[in-house]
Design a protein around this ligand. Sequence first.
Ligand SMILES: Nc1ncnc2c1ncn2[C@@H]1O[C@H](COP(=O)(O)OP(=O)(O)OP(=O)(O)O)[C@@H](O)[C@H]1O
Ligand SMILES: [Mg+2]
Length: 294
Amino acid sequence: MKPMLEIRGLTKTFPTRSAFGRATGEVKAVANVSFAIERGQVYGLAGESGSGKSTIARMIMGLTRPTSGSILIDGQDIAGQIGTRAHGARVQMVFQNPGASLNPRRTVAQSIAVPLVAHGFPRADQPRRISELLDMVQLQRAFAQRYPHELSGGQKQRVAIARALAVAPRLLVLDEPTSALDVSVQARVMDLLTDLGRALDLTFLFISHDLSLMRNFAQRVGILYLGEIVETGETPAVFEHPLHDYTRLLLASVPVISAEEEAMRPIIPLIDGEIPTAEKLLALRGQTQGKVTP
Ligand SMILES: Nc1ncnc2c1ncn2[C@@H]1O[C@H](COP(=O)(O)OP(=O)(O)OP(=O)(O)O)[C@@H](O)[C@H]1O
Ligand SMILES: [Mg+2]
């Protein structure tokens, strides 16, 4: 069977500019990235800030055009389909900040109706569909008439999830969907996504810098570093036996949540307590070569 999402050699460069707007060069935000997600699976994409996670998400959504490479959804190249209903019906996205992604002047029902209208969903059936979507994300139907400022962060993110599910896509791109939420709320939203994934047979691209969340949620992970996937594999294998120094460093810098996880935490000192630059990593790689066995 074809993978639900297949990324082949995806690359994106952005021009860099001086303070006066003069082009000074280019930055490779995403460099020859390839991975695939099988139907019904969760693939986690992790990496420090600026490693290219959101740029990949934006290219899948058609919000940014790739410099080269291709993106296939259900076996079809999306290149000619950007902005079409067919593309929107296959993939939808949930953004990091639910406050910013919901229009403050629209009620919950109006926000959820936007994709329904765009996809030609019959107007008469909209209220029923909106109630059904609120049920799915476990919000009371009365929320339909509320405005974003009347909702908590977790409730707003549930609305954003309902909106993303409105036209029944098979693939959801979740770009740090819970990082703006409190930890307890985070867990409930992740549980909801897990349940919805099972019930609706969804496939997820889950982007997060939170590796403990990723460990619970994703079957496979890819570790991005400076735009490149430096390591990928089954989540338990990558977490228990990281092959790449950068993955070890990322794991070492994650707050652990249980004694069991503490025991698995690789013993690698963080240089100055920070994720290192490429030069520092290369120096470190020299020092640790052959010595680090998880
Ligand atoms: N529109 C743009 N113009 C120029 N450079 C950009 C643009 N969008 C992203 N970049 C650059 O591309 C690189 C990757 O950015 P991206 O937002 O994809 O990272 P990220 O992994 O999502 O980071 P974060 O964890 O902070 O969200 C960064 O160096 C960023 O500055
Ligand atoms: Mg991002």
